[in-house]
Design a protein around this ligand. Structure first.
Ligand SMILES: *Cc1c(COP(=O)(O)O)cnc(C)c1O
Length: 221
């Protein structure tokens, strides 16, 4: 059995039913994705627009594509015709552009708002205050080619488990708060995308519904 197959079987055996596994295939070859696909894996995550576009053309249309990287507004048009999920929406401008491009294809794209929970300066996303402010005035009726589906975040790159737990917990609490206010009548607001290879177990304890796993499936990059 190949290592990719072994990794997926082992991971799946540990996941609760309500947690969706997103196989993060950035920088990995088509054959690696195909192997995971043959095992029944359907959700794949990519970080780079050009790489995603190239790969998508060589693979089954049954794949559910998650864009998980930093997305520039001027590149949304290249993926709007086929991408199912965009994690990491970090500005109003980007959300409006996704809505506009999805409309051209008469599609609805699931979007997750990225919250800056880690300590690193380089990690993108709304601060908690910015997100509260944005959600308090968001006009969901206007964004009719978007499902605002929940929140996404990345914990600090640290070995300190209690810090990671605290950061995930903060995001989870914010999710619950928004779900009972802004999104009280919006069933699509239901996902918490937290957890990567190094911290997915903690993320699940803190309410993750989507884990994004790269190296623990496909090996280091
Ligand atoms: C690369 C990446 C992942 C996967 O990281 P691993 O540590 O390899 O599991 C998850 N989420 C985002 C946003 C990424 O950029």
């Amino acid at each position: 059995m190949s290592i990719i197959t072994e990794n997926i079987i082992e991971l799946k055996a540990q996941l609760p039913n309500n947690v969706r596994l997103i196989a993060v295939s950035k920088t990995k070859p088509i054959e690696a994705i195909q192997e995971a696909f043959n095992l029944g894996q359907r959700d794949f995550g990519e970080n780079y627009v050009q790489e995603l576009v190239d790969k998508k053309d060589q693979l089954s249309t049954d794949i559910i594509w998650h864009f998980i990287g930093h997305l520039q507004s001027n590149k949304v048009k290249y993926i709007a015709g086929f991408v199912d999920w965009i994690h990491g929406v970090e500005s109003e401008k980007l959300l409006i552009e996704i809505n506009k491009q999805a409309a051209k294809h008469n599609r609805k794209i699931n979007c997750l708002l990225q919250v800056h929970i880690g300590q690193e300066e380089t990690k993108f996303g709304f601060t908690v205050e910015e997100l509260r402010e944005f959600c308090s005035r968001i006009d969901l009726e206007k964004l009719n080619h978007i499902n605002l589906s929940g929140l996404m975040g990345m914990a600090s790159f640290t070995a300190n488990q209690s810090q990671i737990k605290r950061e995930f917990s903060d995001l989870s609490k914010l999710f619950s708060e928004l779900k009972s206010t802004t999104f009280a009548n919006n069933n699509s607001f239901s996902e918490i995308s937290i957890g990567m290879s190094g911290d997915w177990k903690i993320a699940i304890e803190e309410g993750s519904t989507m884990i994004r796993i790269g190296s623990s499936i496909f090996g280091s990059r």
